[in-house]
Design a protein around this ligand. Sequence first.
Ligand code: MG
Length: 171
Amino acid sequence: MAAFRIGLGYDSHRLAPVGEGGGEGAGGQVARPMIIGGVAFASARGPVAHSDGDALMHAITDAVLGAAGLPDIGQLFPDRDPRWAGAASEVFLLEAVEQARRGGWVVGNVDATVIVDEPKLGPRKDEVRANLARLLAVDVSSVNVKGKTHELGGEPSKNIEAMAAVLLVRG
Ligand code: MG
């Protein structure tokens, strides 16, 4: 039996003025206040989503699930299920960690990147890391979060993206 398992997660959400509809193809979803890694950020725009739209939390959740060989976040928490409307995404992450634990795995470390032009992640990165470490039951030194901008020139991007790599170890 392997001693380690690695997982990869990715998520993206369109950004729109908070409270406004996401427009065509959004299925009636509205832009939620900006939450990154469970931390609320002041931002005129937020993610169009069924849940709270926390792209970082979703990417880490999928990385945990992927490493454990479990179904992905969309399979476990369908975005048509009214139970998850506006849900705090820590519910998803905690459930993923619990399901991994039942399979004999605990989180070793997480490395993640958030790509968003506004708000800036840098000044509050340690808050985000501390919150994720609490949810994952690991030391904060085992959670790394990097903030990037799209660097595409012109207007700020209307998307937030996040990617995460998670190492699971035998618990
Ligand atoms: Mg998502």
